[in-house]
Design a protein around this ligand. Structure first.
Ligand code: IPE
Ligand code: IPE
Ligand code: MG
Length: 256
């Protein structure tokens, strides 16, 4: 049975620790501006928070961590900032992949990578190849990712199956589309965290957050650490996930 096969009943019974945590790492720019530093200093400081959060996930038994690093819409930023973000991504991959590998972390990059410089694409390929056999935490970095892009590319893949005659349009179910999305082999997002105080999704994971619990933190991403992560886990453990059922049904289920 794959990690994504568990039914929602299992999720409500074992809701204490989320299996899949997704984070919108927001607030780097404001962190830097408050210190009269250029925005890229904030992005650089944010790399340390990534390390701390990966470590916290390993310790707390989270199976999948998905981090939003660069959205489809972030192309609208000044060219200089985009360039510096890519340099930082490249540097972090070069510097940290060996350590991730040693810690049994499997690294995956999700998003449309075809728009990246060739060198970065090669580095991504090598990093994924190196860590592919690891069975500990799965760390997904969403880069040039958008929830709408994901659903669109899935719809295209399904349309191609129809065109090849493998599938009739009336046979398309939610599962057909789900299977064509990024990380279809992984559990759906249990806990969605956004730092930086904004309460919006900004086109991060859409389909796979249909039943996620949301946690919004006022902390700017470079200030986010293990203590704040634990607060999010604590809040999650207090939530009652009903998946459309009544509270009474959930309580009955827990007693049985
Ligand atoms: C998030 O921090 C990082 C990226 C979007 C790459 P921001 O750069 O959006 O920081 P703020 O929101 O301007 O403070
Ligand atoms: C979302 O943050 C993208 C990432 C954290 C990578 P943004 O800062 O780009 O989102 P908006 O523009 O405030 O919605
Ligand atoms: Mg922002």
């Amino acid at each position: 049975m794959g990690a994504g096969d568990d039914k929602s009943e299992d999720q409500s019974q074992h809701a204490k620790t989320p299996r899949h945590v997704a984070i919108v790492m927001d607030g780097n720019g404001r962190w830097a501006q408050r210190r009269n530093l250029p925005r890229h200093s904030g992005h650089r400081a944010g790399v340390e928070s990534v390390r701390v959060t990966v470590e916290a996930c390993r310790k707390r038994g989270v199976q999948v961590l998905t981090l939003f690093a660069f959205s489809s819409e972030n192309w609208n930023r000044p060219k200089e900032e985009i360039g510096l973000l890519f340099d930082l991504f490249m540097m972090a991959l070069q510097r940290d992949v060996k350590r991730l590998d040693k810690n049994n972390v499997q690294l995956r990059i999700i998003g449309d990578r075809t728009a990246f410089p060739d060198k970065l694409q090669q580095r991504i390929y090598k990093s994924e190849e190196l860590t592919a056999g690891n069975s500990g935490l799965i760390l997904q970095i969403a880069a040039n990712y958008g929830g709408r892009w994901d659903i669109t590319q899935a719809a295209k893949a399904v349309a191609e199956r129809v065109q090849r005659g493998e599938l009739q349009p009336q046979e398309i179910t939610e599962a057909t589309l789900s299977e064509a999305l990024c990380f279809a082999d992984l559990p759906e997002v249990d806990l969605f965290i956004r730092t930086g105080g904004e309460q919006r999704i900004s086109n991060f994971i859409l389909w796979q957050t249909a039943y996620s619990e949301f946690y919004f933190s006022e902390q700017l991403w470079p200030d986010f650490g293990a203590a704040e992560f634990d607060l999010a886990l604590e809040a999650f453990s207090q939530r009652e996930r009903r998946f459309g059922r009544t509270s009474e049904q959930i309580k009955e289920q827990k007693i049985q």
